[in-house]
Write a protein that binds this ligand. Structure first.
Ligand code: ARG
Length: 255
């Protein structure tokens, strides 16, 4: 009887341990979050095709850091910028990180984290054809579809007569400018930098605007509890120097 009891106890113990193990296993298996991005935005997110087909950049590093802190695994889905928020609403991606500015319009359908980086907008033309915004009069201006730069062009259009033409990917805009099919393009300074360094015939001017108008934040579906979770880690990264480190890594020292 005693023997039977101890066998029973031992097997209960084994079952218990096994149970605990499998429970451990499921909680160890990280929850996957799908990040939607538009990988045409070096140095935020892009593919360095000479090296690999992996999407890399400032946003990707931040996303990975946050995911590690919170115990998530990140999978990245690349698509055109203009379709990102709709893809999130359709639950095809869990969040959007694409150097995206939290505009009032976008906030109607998405929640945004705090801004983690702020840039400026430039008007870029060939051989300095545009010295000031007014010089755009009568010219064709290229912008990325669905971007705040498209909004900027529309603002300019209210005051000056310009023709706006849009493209889905940033490299296409530079192609159009080079080929002379557009007279100018509106691009964020950090993204323009790499192109300006390579194409000496391109010249840029800054568009005067409020500092927070070209900031980047992460978008989540309305009411998501992850917005706050992510905000805490963004704050931590700003406090512990990690954000500064990544800004230096991807934008260079002068930022
Ligand atoms: N900051 C601008 C916006 O929110 C442009 C972002 C474009 N991002 C990209 N990955 N192409 O509209």
């Amino acid at each position: 009887m005693k023997k039977l009891l101890s066998i029973l106890l031992a097997s209960l113990l084994v079952v218990g341990i096994l149970g605990a193990c499998s429970k451990q296993e499921t909680s160890d298996k990280k929850k996957v979050l799908v990040m939607g991005t538009s990988a045409d935005y070096k140095p935020y997110e892009y593919i360095d095709s000479a090296k690999s087909d992996e999407i890399i950049g400032f946003d990707v590093d931040i996303a990975k850091y946050i995911a590690k802190e919170l115990g998530y695994e990140i999978k990245i889905k690349d698509m055109d910028f203009t379709g990102l928020l709709a893809a999130m609403e359709a639950k095809k991606v869990d969040f959007v990180m694409a150097g995206m500015t939290p505009t009032a319009e976008r906030k109607k359908n998405a929640d945004f984290t705090d801004i983690y980086f702020t840039a400026k907008n430039l008007v870029i033309s060939k051989d300095g054809a545009v010295q000031k915004v007014e010089d755009l009069k009568g010219k064709t201006v290229g912008v990325q579809t669905g971007s705040i730069q498209e909004g900027k062009a529309k603002d300019i259009q209210k005051a000056t007569e310009i023709k706006i033409t849009d493209r889905n990917r940033i490299p296409e805009l530079f192609e159009e400018l080079k080929a002379g099919r557009v007279d100018a393009i509106i691009i964020e300074d950090t993204v323009a930098k790499g192109y300006l360094a390579k194409m000496s015939e391109l010249k840029s001017i800054e568009i005067p605007e409020a500092a927070d108008e070209a900031g980047s934040a992460i978008a989540f579906p309305k009411g998501s509890k992850q917005t706050e979770e992510f905000n805490k880690v963004i704050k931590k990264m700003q406090d512990n120097g990690e954000m500064e480190k990544l800004i230096k890594k991807w934008f260079g020292d002068e930022q």
